[in-house]
Ligand binder design. Structure first.
Ligand code: ATP
Ligand code: MG
Length: 431
């Protein structure tokens, strides 16, 4: 019977098991060979005393190259010195596919490698348990997000990624050719998820790629990222902030509970944030930054150095920066009636890193068109969107949360490229 290495336990002692995996390490002491077999779930020691295993099997172990794929069949024994407390004395070792030497990358991590080299040979890099753990945790995060949002009445949708207009009229768009027309890769599901509010779905979410043609190479930007987006009717920005902080805490709790092994592989100690998250206003944030010598002219985005000092003052915790200047935010952000220079908006931060942005949206047609014009956008290109606002659009709010940023902040990854299998950046289009 096939088992994963992690499934081998006391009940297998003295019995035959079959394991499949890669040869992680070979220690050849002449008359005694130790192989460490690695599979998705961990390691198992395969021990071959020359006198106790069939001669053919011993020969295979003598010749086997690291990272070859093998099948091992043998008897399980307790061995306190082995990685999981057990070892297998094999009857059969079958090499299913031999690896070439030398390896492009050390899976054992005995030799450190640059990130670029690692990404060039990503398939191999991902064999490292510490790296694979990131994506096992990612899977749990996504499950947790889907469960939480479904429980709160949200319906999962998919909106087009090939679009005819820029979401926010920005320049950060990848043009593509679409038969005889020009089209773009969508930078956000914003317009479509709003349209779905007019359709009466009430609460939707989408987990999908966003494409941004940002020229600059930073440690927190990708040109293709995964965004977790929600849109919710009959609520204001406070309502969707509540959903967002609740979701973050739930994700941390679920990962804490379900991913103990992977967190250990990564040497990460998870601290579950407590509710509610702190909320500070944009002008308070500016004041804190300016006290530390970081000038932010009113109406401008908080600069990276300003966010750094802010994080030093507040700590490496989750908090919201709320009530942004209207000019900092996209055309669909709803200004406060009593002070239209400020809008019903928020960013979710962890320390100095932005995780999410959200707003209450303008739901009245005339105000929306006016806001577009004020931002220098031509409403003519947005007819398919604007039409939805003329026949009964409910008040609504929403946000977009970067999945890679969430992973990065949760697992203390220094570079966002670590949080995606095959990153797309200014210079990288393969693998
Ligand atoms: P930033 O100011 O950090 O460039 P943004 O304000 O342009 O981000 P939004 O348009 O608010 O980003 O997108 C919502 C969320 O999507 C962001 O908070 C972030 O988590 C994620 N995100 C946006 N752009 C990128 C990107 N290029 N790479 C990775 N994640 C991104
Ligand atoms: Mg933002």
């Amino acid at each position: 019977m096939r088992k994963w290495t992690s499934e081998i336990g006391d009940e297998d002692v003295g019995r035959d098991v079959t394991v499949y995996g890669w040869i992680h390490e070979v220690r050849d002491l002449g008359g005694l060979i130790f192989l460490i077999l690695r599979d998705r779930e961990g390691f198992i020691q395969v021990t071959l005393p020359r006198k106790k295993v069939p001669p053919d099997t011993f020969d295979v172990a003598k010749k086997v190259k690291r990272e070859s794929v093998v099948k091992v069949v043998g008897i399980v024994k307790r061995e306190p010195k082995a990685p999981q407390g057990y070892e297998i004395t094999p009857r059969v070792i079958e090499v299913l596919n031999e690896s070439v030497v030398p390896l492009p990358l050390e899976v054992t991590e005995k030799v450190p490698a640059e990130l670029d080299t690692r990404l060039d040979h990503r398939f191999m890099d991902l064999r490292k348990p510490r790296i694979q753990a990131i994506f096992r945790i990612r899977h749990n995060i996504l499950q947790s997000v889907r469960n939480f949002l479904s429980e709160h009445g949200f319906i999962e949708v998919n909106t087009p990624k090939i679009v005819s207009t820029a979401t926010e009229g920005g320049t950060e768009l990848f043009p593509i050719s679409y038969f005889e027309k020009e089209a773009f890769l969508n930078q956000s599901p914003q317009l479509y998820k709003q349209i779905l509010m007019a359709s009466g779905f009430d609460r939707v979410f989408e987990i999908a790629p966003i494409f941004r043609a940002e020229e600059h190479n930073t440690t927190r930007h990708l040109n293709e990222a995964i965004s977790i987006d929600i849109e919710m009717s009959f609520t204001d920005h406070h309502g969707v902030m509540k959903i967002l902080e609740g979701l973050i805490v739930r994700v941390y709790e679920d990962v804490f509970e379900r991913c103990e092994k992977f967190l250990k592989w990564m040497d990460v100690e998870l601290e579950i944030p407590s509710l509610p998250f702190e909320r500070i206003r944009y002008d308070e944030a500016v004041e804190i930054a300016e006290k530390r010598g970081e000038e932010v002219p009113w109406g401008e985005d908080l600069t990276t150095p300003a966010l750094k000092v802010l994080a030093e003052e507040i700590g490496d915790i989750h908090y919201f920066i709320v009530d942004w200047p209207t000019e900092c935010k996209p055309f669909y952000a709803m200004p406060y009636k009593e002070n239209p220079k400020v809008c019903r908006s928020f960013d979710l931060m962890k320390g100095a890193l932005e995780l999410a942005s959200g707003t209450q949206r303008i739901h009245r047609y005339n105000e929306l068109v006016e806001s577009m014009r004020a931002k220098g956008l031509n409403p003519d290109g947005f007819e398919f969107y604007l039409e939805a606002f003329r026949y009964g659009m409910p008040p609504h709010s929403g946000w977009g949360l970067g999945l890679e940023r969430l992973l990065m902040s949760m697992l203390n990854l220094k570079n966002i490229r670590e949080a995606t299998l095959f990153p797309r950046d200014r210079h990288r289009l393969t693998p």
